[in-house]
Design a protein around this ligand. Sequence first.
Ligand SMILES: Cc1cc2nc3c(=O)[nH]c(=O)nc-3n(C[C@H](O)[C@H](O)[C@H](O)COP(=O)(O)O)c2cc1C
Length: 193
Amino acid sequence: MTPAPGPRLHLKPGQAYHLINHGPCSLITTAAGGERNVAPINWTMPVNNDPPLMAAAVEDGITTYKLLKASGEFVINVVGEGLEGKVLACGRCHGGQVDKFARFGLTPAACRSVKAPYLLESLAHIECRLVGERPCDGVTLFIGEVAHAEVRESLWNGKSLVMGEARTLHHLTGGQFVVAERVVEVPKDKIPV
Ligand SMILES: Cc1cc2nc3c(=O)[nH]c(=O)nc-3n(C[C@H](O)[C@H](O)[C@H](O)COP(=O)(O)O)c2cc1C
């Protein structure tokens, strides 16, 4: 249950993202010109469902940024409990300098609609083609249209992920993650009108 209202603490503007940081943790895979890469890009979100659009905020100049700009494609890999160490490891080095797939034991597999690979270890992946971008002070918000999406069959109940099984990772801060597993369902007749 949400605790009763009490005094509210003022955060610094730069701390505000911690309040909504813990969306599903995603490893973004990219490829261009014979190079391929994987990096945690947590600031990824849906923008629309029709047309289906996804956004990712990527720091200018990192390998993911370069490959995304060169190819116009990116793949969002949704990851679950067990991969947290690899997520952190992939966020500490650059694809231009190290083959993160080989170094951290992540398996690239062929996507259906884009040249970038998806990760066999992911629970689900979303293949996106770039349709827009907005540079913002050292970071670029890339918008991609979903060309194809897949999820492990056993983790899909027809409408959403089976959370108790998927145990998706949600990055909180530093080396801390939340694992989502409990669903709270509101019966239609209990929604206040
Ligand atoms: C959990 C986690 C989440 C991250 N989220 C983002 C993000 O949303 N955007 C970003 O540009 N970098 C993010 N990073 C940092 C990049 O992953 C990091 O700069 C990485 O080394 C980039 O690799 P690359 O040069 O191979 O693309 C995150 C790192 C971690 C560990």
